[in-house]
Structure formats: C-alpha cells, structure tokens
Design a binder for this molecule. Structure first.
Ligand SMILES: [Zn+2]
Length: 170
C-alpha cells in the first residue's frame, strides 16, 4: 500500500542505509512490486512511501512509458541507495504528479539535468548523469528521501487551486 500526503511518515527524513542490512534486497523487491502493481501510473517510488524509513528508491520505466518518451541513454530501472544530488542543471518547467498525492498534477520547476552520487547494493559508489524525465524522477525521489513532496514547490496560486483536492485525499 502506498502512503499518501496525509501520512506524517512522508515528512520524516529517511535514514542512511547500512549496506550490510539483510532486508535490503526484499525492500527493493517490494518497491518494484508496488510500481509494477500500479501498472505504469508512476515511474518512481521511495521506501518511505511504503512505510520504510530508509534511503532507498526505485525508478522503473514501464513499457507503456518507454514507447512514449525519449529513452536514449536511460536504463529501464534504477535502484537508488543513499543517493545524493551533486550537480543541478538550469531550471525548467515540468508537469509532475506523485503516487502519494493521487489525482494532482501540476507544473513545477525542476533542474533539466542533474548528477547523482548513488550506491550499488554492495555499497560501491556510482555516478548517474541524467537529463529530462530521468533527471526529474531522480529529483522527485531524492526529495522523498529528504521528506519533501512536489507540492512543496507550489506557488501561492497553486496552493489555493489544489487545496481542496489535497485535503480530500484519504
Ligand atoms: Zn512521489
């Protein structure tokens, strides 16, 4: 089950993962299953959205997306563990939504590109250089791990427009 904006645990910063944590593979599998279960309605999910307060996210581009977006240089799946954004490109306006804020889609600003210092399951560091949809997804998920939601970027006007809709989310 995916927790919604109502749930306060989305507002707690996730803890750094200990790479010796034996539950890590299961957590990644759970995140993958959640994303596959919603059948292409989203491309990313973070551990705190399923109630686990650890710095783990999964980005997965399902088949119904890869036919529509430019996937040049993009892998089908990214497992993020203790990720950190080390470089931001210039800001652009993007259309965004979140599985924890169902039914709300809005234009916000993100960096059109970014660089992420990520870790493999064994703790090895890796750099992800991203642009476009992948850069957007990385920023969105890493925000989750830092207790931030895309609605935090709303302008005053957007806050008013979406206020009722967000209040009605269960
Ligand atoms: Zn989200």
């Amino acid at each position: 089950m995916i927790l919604t904006i109502r749930n306060k645990s989305l507002r707690k910063t996730c803890e750094l993962v200990d790479f010796a944590d034996p539950t890590l593979p299961k957590l990644i599998e759970d995140l993958r299953n959640e994303l596959l279960a919603i059948n292409g309605r989203g491309i990313g999910i973070s551990a705190n959205q399923i109630g686990v307060n650890k710095q783990v996210s999964l980005i997965l581009f399902p088949d119904n997306w890869t036919s529509k977006i430019d996937i040049t240089g993009i892998k089908k799946e990214y497992v993020l563990i203790n990720p950190r954004i080390t470089n931001y490109g210039p800001k652009v306006k993007v259309d965004e939504g979140c599985l924890s804020v169902p039914g709300v889609f809005a234009i916000i600003e993100r960096s059109e590109s970014c660089e992420v210092l990520n870790h493999a399951l064994n703790g090895e560091e890796e750099i992800i250089s991203a642009k476009g949809i992948l850069a957007q997804a990385l920023q969105h998920e890493i925000d989750h791990l830092n207790a931030k939601l895309f609605t935090d970027y709303f302008s005053k006007a957007q806050q008013i427009i979406y206020e009722n809709k967000i209040r009605r989310i269960k």
